[in-house]
Ligand binder design. Sequence first.
Ligand code: COA
Length: 161
Amino acid sequence: MKIAVYPGSFDPVTLGHLDIIRRASALFDKLIVVVMHNVSKYPMFTAEERMHFLRRTTSGLPNVEIDGYSGLLADYAAKQGACTIVKGLRAVSDFDYEFSMALANRKLNAQVDTAFLMTSAEYMYLSSSMVKDIALHGGKITDFVPEEIENEIYRRVRKDG
Ligand code: COA
C-alpha cells in the first residue's frame, strides 16, 4: 500500500490546500493529512479545530485521513510507513525553503521522499494568513476557504474580536 503524508499548519485549511489534497489522494492508496507545529508560527485555531475543519472538508474523500502530531515530520512518516511527503509549491519563492526541508527530512528518514505538486494557478497567491487577515477585518472569505467551514471561521473570529 502506498501511503503519503501531507503536513502543514492548516491554520485554517484553504481551497489551495484542498486542491492539493484532492490531487494527491488520487496518486496514493492512502493520504494522511497531518496538522503539525511550525516553530515560527503562533496558530489562531487550536490543533483540534484545525483537524475538525479538515475532517469536514475532506469527508467525501474515502482514502484521506486526518491526524495531528507534535513531533518531527520524519518520525511521523516512519511511524505511518509512508513512502512520500506531499507538499504544494505556490511559487519560485517557496522553493528554497521547501528544498531545505525535503533534504533535512530525507536525512532524518532515508525511507521517505518529498513529492511536490504545483498549486493550481487560481490559488498561487493564497495563504492561511491572508484568509485570517481578511476575516479579522470583516471581509468575505468565500472564494478562499471550503464553504463547509466559512461560517465557523467567521463565528470564531468574531468571538475572539
Ligand atoms: N495553496 C494555498 N496556500 C498554500 C498552499 C496551497 N497549495 N500550500 C501552502 N500554502 C500556504 C499555507 O497556508 C501557509 O500559509 P501561512 O504561512 O499563512 O500559514 C504557507 O503557504 C506555508 O505553507 P507551508 O510551507 O506548508 O508551511 P506550514 O506552516 O503550513 O507547514 C510544517 C510547515 C508544519 C510542515 C513544518 O513546519 C514541519 O514539518 N513541522 C514539523 C516539525 C519538523 O519536522 N521540523 C523539521 C522539518 S525539516
